[in-house]
Design a protein around this ligand. Structure first.
Ligand code: ADP
Length: 257
């Protein structure tokens, strides 16, 4: 199936005013989509509609060919939130336990991690380059390492698509770069579709193949190679929380908007 997500005539309002009005769009298998736009323009709202967390006021969302209200294959859908989780170093769960919890249904009556299940944990930890941290407590890891563990947890069920809602808020520059390399690998080598809300110009200019630009209850879809992000930065000047230029996460404190 080429289309992973199909959105038809979708409108949504929390109260009286529409946040999104009459949206039509398609996300194909293997796409790397960046959602960009000013704060309050509806990025998180659309993401919640796509994962069935919110119900459309009208129109419809299809996920993997099924209307969202009938969709059941949630193991094929990963979600990484922006919340930097509040684990302190004494939080008791290890990386292995955090990922193992995703295998709970498969553990059988006695809830034991069989050798096969353990091998699956090892495989996803190697994929995200966190195998050496298997027995570490989650609260001892940096924000970026924790997000990689949560990606591994998602990968355990071979997802077709991963949604990320600004996953790198509060994460240091080096870890951000490692995380982006990981996303490129998941997208390029494993063919996992990525949909990411991001304020980072690097994601928009270097990683995404399509840019969904939010504003005025609408979404404009751009091919990344045609997207004039310098012009976009100029347009949104003044809303300086909207996009963070790449140099900022390289440690150079210069803003261009
Ligand atoms: P973005 O992710 O682009 O910052 P959101 O999707 O979070 O934007 O919000 C879009 C609009 O909907 C904003 O005006 C916001 O205040 C409003 N909104 C978001 N969540 C709620 C809610 N639970 N109840 C009422 N209004 C909301």
């Amino acid at each position: 199936m080429k289309e992973i997500i199909e959105v038809e005539n979708l409108s949504f309002s929390y109260e009286d005013d529409y946040v999104l009005k009459d949206i039509n769009l398609t996300i194909n298998k293997g796409d790397f989509i960046a959602f960009i736009g000013p704060n309050g323009s509806g990025k998180s709202t659309l993401l919640k509609l796509l994962i069935g967390d919110l119900k459309a006021s009208s129109g419809q969302v299809k996920l993997l060919g099924k209307a969202i209200k009938n969709f059941k294959e949630w193991d094929k859908v990963g979600y990484i939130s922006q919340k930097v989780r509040d684990f302190n170093s004494s939080f008791p769960a290890t990386v292995k336990e955090i990922i193992g919890a995703a295998l709970y249904q498969e553990m059988g009556w006695f809830k034991i991690l069989t050798k096969k299940l353990e091998q699956r944990i090892d495989k996803v930890l190697k994929l995200v380059d966190m195998f050496d941290y298997k027995y570490r407590k989650i609260g001892e890891l940096s924000g970026g390492q924790q997000q990689r563990v949560f990606i591994a947890r998602t990968l355990i069920s071979n997802p077709e698509i991963i949604f990320l809602d600004e996953p790198l808020v509060g994460v240091d520059a080096k870890s951000q770069d490692e995380f982006y390399k990981l996303l490129a690998k998941l997208n390029g080598e494993l063919g996992i579709t990525i949909v990411m809300i991001s304020h980072d110009i690097y994601v928009i200019s270097d990683q995404a193949n399509k840019i969904f630009c939010f504003g005025n209850n609408s979404i404009f879809v751009h091919q990344a190679e045609e997207f004039d992000y310098i012009n976009y930065l100029n347009q949104i000047k003044g809303d300086n929380k909207s996009l963070v230029p790449k140099h900022e996460h390289q440690g150079v404190n210069s803003r261009c908007c």
